[in-house]
Design a protein around this ligand. Sequence first.
Ligand code: HAM
Length: 422
Amino acid sequence: MIRKVKGTRDILPPESRLWNAVEAAAHRVFGGFGYEEIRLPMMEPTELFVRSVGEDTDIVSKEMYTFADRKGRSLTLRPEGTASVARAYIENGLGQRPHPIRLSYFGPMFRYEKMQRGRYRQFSQIGIELLGAATPEADVEVILALHCFLAELGFADLVIALNNLGDPEDRPRFIERLKSELAPHREELCADCTRRWDANPLRILDCKVARCRELVADTTPVAEVVSEEARGHVEAVEAGLDRLGIAVQRAPRLVRGLDYYLRTVFEVVSPELGEDTVICGGGRYDRLVSDLGGSQVPGIGFAIGEDRLVEVLPQNYRSRVLGRPLVAVLPIGSSAAAPGLALTRELVTGGIIAHTEVTGRSLKAGMKWAGKIGARAVVILGEDELADNTAVVRDLERSEQEPVAMNQVVEHVARLMASDGK
Ligand code: HAM
């Protein structure tokens, strides 16, 4: 037997319904704020991620699916979407369009990570990016859109954690401070952090090794070392969110695992999955487009991990989506097959989900099947019914049935379903 690749998943129905519902909500809410979908390639030149996410990040140094194509070009299955958005912005001349540019994206990302609950090698993100606005209001809007989306799904207990990374110009000062504070314990750092010490010391702050975390916990927070301008920016973001009634918590050691961030960074943590399981991460990246060869275009955005989001969806939302009623259409005998499908067509056109029995079951076996697939009602079409142009509609919940004129079936079934929960 051939099995799926480790870290990939089959999302089966009815679970896939939750994915579709979440994506539809994202299109609705983010689309409402003006974010329209950009469909991006799933593979990119490896260099794109090396130059944007950063060579010394975990993503680039150990998690990428990189391969040579038949002509020997180094390609990578995208580990994230922001780099591709920046590339597409430059390549398609989006700078010519009225700013800001608001984009959303949906789809699989690939990272070679250790498998665990909520951590996969192919996972899906829902992201938005706002390019061409450097104001704190842009950050507020992006976090507001995120908050509206999560509220639409019924989340009440999620925590938005936020930090100020300052500008790249602030970084040497911060790194000097960090190194001087960590120096007495330098030999206690893990092998990766020892390498990071020279290559990219900021990354020591997101090391997952327990001892490294302990050591980092005693260092000066980056926000205390940033310029007045950067401080003012993030404080304005916090004030703006506060005025909208959106609670955020300062997380002084949040740095995020990608190199392109500056100033505002944020994450959403689900108490249910634990503090290490972040369901959404984002931040500002004002130098990314120019670092990739474009003009000076500020940007801010986030990506939600859809796999994790679906895992922690509030029960109410889950039941509402999974509890969608359906009817079974049961033609008995071959002469009922075509009229059965004609009736299904009418039901479906009328907005009702109808599963037709097409395997030739008897009435008894058909009723059993209808029960197993969770039908709310069964529409039975036998020879007698065909003869007088009716169908029997059986309400499986109330165990009642009645003959209904063929041209009344859709209305009858619709009424029956509408009466549920009243
Ligand atoms: P990220 O924090 O690397 O940021 O990923 C965003 C989200 O993707 C995470 O919070 C998590 O929910 C999900 N995720 C990441 N890795 C995995 C995995 N192995 N399995 C399941 N879910 C995962 C970015 O990717 C940035 N591009 C976000 C961004 C957009 N920043 C600005 N704009």
